[in-house]
Design a protein around this ligand. Sequence first.
Ligand code: NAD
Ligand code: MG
Length: 395
Amino acid sequence: MGKLQQVTILGATGTIGINTLDVISVHSKRFTVFALTANNNVEGLFNQCLKFKPSYAVMLEENAAEQLFQKLQQAGSSTKVLNGMASLEFVSSHENTDIVMAAIVGAAGLKPAIAAAKAGKRILLANKETLVMAGSIFMEAVEEGGATLLPIDSEHNAIFQVMPNIKGKSLANRGVKKILLTASGGPFRTASLEELKRVTVKQALHHPNWVMGPKITIDSATMMNKGLEVIEAHWLFNASPDQIEVVVHPQSVIHSMVEYVDGSVLAQLGNPDMRTPIAYALGYPDRLESGVSSLDLFKIARLDFEVPDTQKFPSLRLAFDALKAGGNAAAIMNAANEVAVDAFINEKISFTDIPVLIEYVLEKSQIKQVTDIEMLISSDIEARIEAKAWMKRVA
Ligand code: NAD
Ligand code: MG
């Protein structure tokens, strides 16, 4: 066994963070926790610190960090507590960090992920919004820093497993015809357009196959999640929009497929449990025990496939359009989506308003070439302002 690998988990208290700690806890001879971070969940991070004894705990919010510090001190813990975005970047690029699990939700995950890339870490990327917002810049940072990028999103992890990552080669040079990105279709796959208008937050937060944080669960219900994943696949695998086909597969057993020029289609299958891609990326190229139960094909009995309905789920079309438009379009779309999802969860807009709002913001915004990270952050801020103005007027 090699040296103990030190892991930093960005977004430790979320569903991906918790699953990551679960896998790490059964491989304590291989991994140790260097830093854990969260937005403001003091209780959650406190318990994780007692159990995993990281060198650092970082909270984005200062008040939360202060509370965590008091609690840890009382408990006699030696974990150092920091706060703010710069501290997230500090732990993710720290010389003692070997592996960074990037599992913050939304655009907030961008800067610490870039810091990890520049520092040449092994990055386990769950935060797809990083690639959607700043794909070109993030991939450059990975290249320059000599980082190892491993996808955690189950679909991209599946694609990675069936398509050896030959650096810099185009899909055609790898003999790949196209990527078949599977989608569960979410909880409203069979709902009518009329029914979609009356969808409640509670219904939308109930995903048929996966247990996930609230934002990605709503994204799955609108199919924006698949849209974000199309853009994610574009950057990870150097795939053009017409080389990515979305296939609705309600059982979520096939996590994605790659079609080769000789007619071979390779798929990765498994129970829908994020510990599989997490264990794969932690151990790569070794295979690690993940705690996931065996796939029972006899119980599953059948696998279905459908064409996605972009009339009912316009967000998927919007994402393809943003990818084709290029520049800052995907960053604008991502920001508008984050505002829209938050507004829906807080019952300020309806479910079917979500794509309407995103499309409005995209139409209002100026699509520009990407120059640097600052211009993308400005595009993100401007899109959020535009989205909030729409809500004031319409919602
Ligand atoms: P979650 O909401 O359960 O957890 C989010 C984590 O990020 C929490 O630890 C929270 O404290 C932290 N956080 C939130 N806002 C923050 C901010 N502004 N600054 C710093 N930290 C912040 O989310 P999740 O389901 O674990 O998803 C995390 C990421 O992984 C998302 O980008 C999601 O799309 C992606 N992902 C998740 C799954 C899944 O199964 N949950 C699957 C594929 C991809
Ligand atoms: Mg996914």
